[in-house]
Write a protein that binds this ligand. Structure first.
Ligand code: G6P
Ligand code: MN
Length: 466
């Protein structure tokens, strides 16, 4: 049996423990020989690394596990690189969220001005990282889910145009499927999605039952429209204990009621309801503050406790118990049956499993348009249903999008394309255009003011735009 070597880049991320545990659960279907976690900041991942040693010793003995800040150690002899870096860290995420508020505009991790600011930091770091991985493991699969993924995908497409093994992917569509499929008693593994758009700006156009070939999306939309209160309640229960995503999904349902012919990505809210989104945000305590005090501190406590105990098996952190408490049994994980709600990473493992088995399962990933949607720019990096196998990503044809979606997408793509031009050319004019054309920014003077503020806080993370 072939066994694989994985590196997780951005080892210090709060998502890493989930990811590592999922690798342990998926050992039957995604057998591993080596797992390395890599972070450019040694200190940031030390705790997670120490916890990881215990985890793998207790649950996946024959895997060689290590953590490092050394590129060669991290990237040599690797089959899969899972990349989840956050250029500038959570502190600059906070600035991305807060600066736009000074100008009465939404500040968000990946949408609008905040997303553009983050893109400027992320693109050069991603290009460097891919170059480094390629230097040591030229044939590895690089699965990127670092944000803002749409902008990163546009940039990596230009720099590595012939590299079939770089795949940009996002978990949000899987979370949306997991949220609405229960309305028709289905799980994600029961359906094949049809979806089109840019990352964080797309729509499901079908959810096709694998057994019957029937599209269940119309039925889901009907239920949303005709039994709204029941759906509200169900979503509420699903996201109990997660205020942010709970209220996001309530708003998401409202959005479906306004446009009841497709199932939008939750991130469409920022573009279609900027006033409502703006009214929800507390400038002094934005999402990054919630993440630091919530997930950030929980993960730290979790790792601390396990390190102190020196073991997980037969403790309160025993994975069996931990998982059963969440109502999930993944001891029989098999390809495309990982419908594992509490964990961030199943979509990545599903992708990897489809690759190694060459099983051509459908996953939503980002790929260059090239006629998939003939009435959109051919260079656009669409997030789309693709068959995934050893050869790589093979997109399914979509056909034309409607005028409303076409207008929104082309506007956003112009902003993203101008931004990537601006980064590569260090061109201030294009930077200003990228901000101004963005649907959430709109005004030239506001764009100039925000850019001035962003330049101050981003320091060397931003090039010197001329
Ligand atoms: C979803 C998106 C990610 C994004 C994350 C933010 O998972 O797909 O791209 O980074 O949400 O979540 P957070 O809990 O950090 O605000
Ligand atoms: Mn995402």
């Amino acid at each position: 049996m072939e066994k694989y070597a994985v590196v997780i880049c951005g080892g210090g991320s709060t998502y890493t423990p989930d990811m590592l545990e999922l690798l342990c659960f998926a050992q039957k279907d995604f057998p591993l020989r080596k797992v390395v976690i890599y972070d450019s900041n040694e200190e940031r991942q030390r705790k997670i690394g120490e916890y990881g040693k215990i985890l793998f010793r207790d649950y996946y003995e024959d895997v060689e596990f290590s953590y490092t800040s050394d590129k060669e150690e991290a990237f040599r002899d690797i089959d899969f690189a899972f990349v989840q870096i956050r250029a500038g860290g959570i502190n600059l995420r906070s600035s991305d969220e807060k600066i736009p508020y000074r100008y009465n505009c939404i500040g968000q991790e990946t949408c609008g001005a905040g997303g553009l600011s983050y893109g400027i930091r992320s693109v050069p770091e991603m290009i460097q990282l891919i170059t480094d991985i390629r230097a040591f493991s030229p044939d590895s699969w690089i699965i990127n889910y670092s944000n803002p993924a749409a902008i990163v995908a546009e940039a990596t497409k230009r720099v590595f145009p012939n590299d079939r093994k770089i795949i940009n992917i996002c978990d949000m569509p899987t979370q949306i499927m997991d949220s609405y499929l229960p309305l028709v008693n289905k799980k994600r593994s029961d359906v094949e999605p049809r979806y089109a758009g840019l990352n964080h700006y797309g729509w499901f156009t079908g959810l096709i039952d694998k057994k019957t070939g029937v599209d269940v999306l119309p039925e889901i939309l009907d239920i949303c429209v005709n039994e709204t209160d029941t759906v509200k309640k169900q979503l509420n229960e699903m996201y109990i204990g997660d205020k942010h995503w709970g209220s996001t999904f309530q708003e998401h349902l409202n959005m479906i009621l306004d446009y009841p012919y497709s199932l939008p990505n939750t991130y469409c809210l920022y573009y279609l309801y900027p006033d409502t989104c703006y009214s929800h945000y507390n400038e002094d305590f934005t999402r990054s503050d919630e993440v630091i005090s919530g997930r950030g501190s929980n993960v730290e406590k979790y790792c601390d406790s396990i390190i102190k105990l020196g073991k997980m098996k037969e403790t309160e952190f025993d994975l069996g118990i931990h998982i059963n408490n969440n109502g999930n049994d993944v001891s029989n994980v098999t390809s495309s049956t990982i419908a594992y709600n509490d964990v961030h990473a199943p979509y990545l493992i599903e992708l990897a499993i489809s690759i190694i088995n060459n099983s051509h399962d459908i996953c939503l990933v980002m790929v260059e348009n090239n006629g998939i949607v003939p009435n959109l720019d051919h260079g656009m990096m669409l997030e789309i249903a693709c068959r995934i196998g050893k050869y790589g990503v093979e997109p399914l044809h979509v056909g034309e999008v409607l005028t409303f979606e076409k207008g929104l997408l082309e506007n956003q793509y112009a902003s993203e394309k101008l931004l990537v031009d601006a980064i590569f050319e260090e061109n201030y004019q294009k930077l200003l255009q990228a901000f101004t054309i963005n649907r959430i920014v709109v005004d030239t003077d506001r764009a100039k003011n925000m850019i001035d503020d962003f330049i101050k806080v981003n320091g060397d993370y931003w090039p010197n735009f001329k």
